[in-house]
Ligand binder design. Structure first.
Ligand code: HXC
Length: 521
């Protein structure tokens, strides 16, 4: 803390300048150097990289902790381990907090929590996104329950703000214990490879309780959480890449739930995309990459994939179509034939709910053979988890369009944004197969006896498969019933979608009055 005797010799403006300089140093130059040596930026450097130059306005720069136990009456730092305030990203207002590892390891005190809560309240009141840089040893041990109370206050505000303003969490260092639950409540988590980790208990506790030997990186590093657990949506190679990704992500979002995302200028050109006509292979069992379909439809280079390495049998992400922000959910035939399993369902459900919360229209690209069968999935609750995706689509009131590129079988047909659960426009390509199940399975069940009794069962089976294929494995039955609005050529998909989303621009849809729904968790 400032030396009061020395301050007495200074003018009032000199005192202010001195305090400002002291606050900028956080836990001191040595600790800043140590932070850099670890390959990490400081709390303030992160804010500088995030915000438009000169736009940062700090709040609570001179806040200090109040606890006196365990020697804390002798060690004070201006700002108390977290930098908070507001500024702009590409001209748009955001609120930000940045935990300072150089002050008590970024650990959270009562006053530190109050600083975060103050800007959360401002963000909520003024309807602008909240961005947090997390780099902390968790609860400040010397503060005991005051720190736990502080965390709880933050969790509570995170929950109240959920669905009102976008909340983004960047994990830039340790994020352990209960501290991980604030980011977990927020909309998106970004992690930095090799320098950040999240877990409920660290490797030492794991060793004691379960006798497993595991490193921090294996237990809760960026790669673990972006591919195995799905806790994080983005694993970034370094801090600069992480901050760039944060800004990019923000560009697809509105400021709050009352607004729509900013649109980019758009001049119609090259709307027909002939390359799309040759993506779906002749053989219905051959894979193709749904990302190629996405690239063929959207504005050039506008796809920002979310959860890229988790549940890769479904692809979700933001894009622009005719300059407007949309959310895309696409089955991925290149991975597990695009089947819906537990992870794919929860991944897509969470994304759909984010888009719906923030008025981002949804495009579904469908090629799905069904839900994944088997004991592993059933015993882990594919029914409850698959229902999350169903529920998420059913309650979404944003403009919703589906394009069936190939398979739309069984329950998965219904779940993947079908007309029946509220989709506004449903298109199918001529390659679409819309039926209860694949032709072979269907023929084996409904013609079981006839096939068994036939002189040449194999030939009979093939005859029945062909028959079923002819009748049902097309988009036309569904189109006859109006469940498909139009069968379109792949090459005209982009044009159709731009027009349809424009047509749906002023959509108003309301849900029955309720306190809140009860999504199957
Ligand atoms: C007070 C802490 C601290 C903490 C670190 N420091 N964690 N001070 N409370 N929780 C201090 C250290 O004393 C040290 O001070 C400085 O921060 C840097 O810490 P180091 O250990 O030197 O750094 P490093 O080796 O990089 O290790 C970082 C770390 C480790 C992995 C985070 O410090 C650690 O394990 N800390 C404890 C983590 C923890 O168990 N937290 C409680 C979790 S429970 P000096 O003066 O030497 O620079 C929790 C409950 C929340 O958070 C519940 C919410 C409901």
């Amino acid at each position: 803390m400032s030396d009061l005797h020395a301050e007495a010799q200074l003018s009032k403006t000199e005192i202010l300048a001195r305090k400002n300089a002291e606050a900028l140093l956080g836990g001191g130059q040595d600790r800043i150097d140590a932070q850099h040596k670890r390959g990490k930026l400081t709390a303030r450097e992160r804010i500088d990289l995030l915000l438009d130059e000169g736009s940062f306005e700090e709040i609570g720069k001179f806040v200090m902790h109040r606890t006196k136990d365990f020697g804390l009456d002798k060690e004070y730092y201006l700002g108390d381990g977290v930098v908070t305030g507001y500024g702009t990203v590409n001209g748009r207002l955001v609120y930000v907090f940045s935990q300072d590892f150089t002050v008590f390891g970024g650990s959270l005190s009562e006053t530190y929590a109050n600083k975060i809560v103050k800007i959360m309240d401002l963000a909520l009141q003024n309807g602008a996104p909240l961005l947090g840089f997390n780099d902390s040893g968790g609860a400040r041990i010397q503060e005991g329950v005051l720190s736990l109370a502080g965390y709880s206050d933050i969790f509570y505000k995170n929950t109240l703000a959920s669905g009102v303003i976008p909340q983004l969490s960047a994990i830039m260092g340790p994020c352990a214990g209960g501290a991980a639950y604030s980011p977990a409540i927020t909309d998106f988590i970004l992690m930095v490879e090799n320098t950040s980790y999240m877990f409920v208990t660290g490797p030492n506790v794991v060793k004691t309780v379960t006798h497993e030997s595991v490193t921090s990186e294996e237990l809760g590093g960026a790669n673990t959480h972006s591919s195995r657990s799905g806790v994080t949506h983005f694993a970034c190679a370094n801090e600069i890449a992480c901050i760039t990704r944060l800004k990019q992500l923000l560009s697809y979002m509105p400021q709050n739930c009352e607004e729509t995302a900013p649109a980019l200028p758009y001049e119609p050109a090259d709307e027909l995309r002939p390359l799309l006509d040759s993506i779906v292979p002749e053989n219905p069992n051959q894979p193709y990459d749904m990302r190629e379909v996405i690239a063929g439809i959207i504005d050039a280079d506008s796809f920002l994939e979310v959860h890229e390495n988790f549940a890769e049998n479904i692809v979700v992400g933001f894009a622009r179509l005719g300059g407007r922000s949309i959310g895309i959910v696409g089955n991925q035939p290149a991975v597990l034939a695009g089947v819906l399993d537990i992870n794919a369902s929860t991944k897509a459900a969470r994304f759909v709910r984010f888009c719906d919360s923030f008025n981002i229209p949804l495009l579904v690209l469908e090629d799905v053979p069904g839900f994944l069968p088997g004991t592993e999935q059933e015993w882990r609750g594919i029914i409850t988890n698959g229902a999350k995706l169903l529920y998420a689509f059913c309650e979404a009131t944003v403009p919703r369009i589906t394009v069936i590129t190939r398979k739309a079988y069984g329950g998965a047909y219904a779940v993947m944004n079908s007309k029946h659960i509220g989709a506004d426009m449903n298109y199918a390509w001529p390659t679409a197969e819309i039926a209860v199940m694949g032709a072979k399975g269907a023929a084996e069940i409904i013609f079981k006896r006839e096939i068994a009794q036939a002189e040449a069962p194999e030939a009979k089976l093939q005859e029945k498969v062909d028959d079923y294929q002819q009748k049902f494995a097309t988009p036309y039955r569904a189109a006859h019933h109006g469940f498909i609005d139009e069968v379109i050529l792949p090459s005209e998909t982009r044009q159709k979608l731009i027009r349809a989303f424009k047509m749906l621009e002023n959509k108003v849809a309301t849900l029955p009055r309720k306190k809140h729904g009860n999504i199957p968790l």
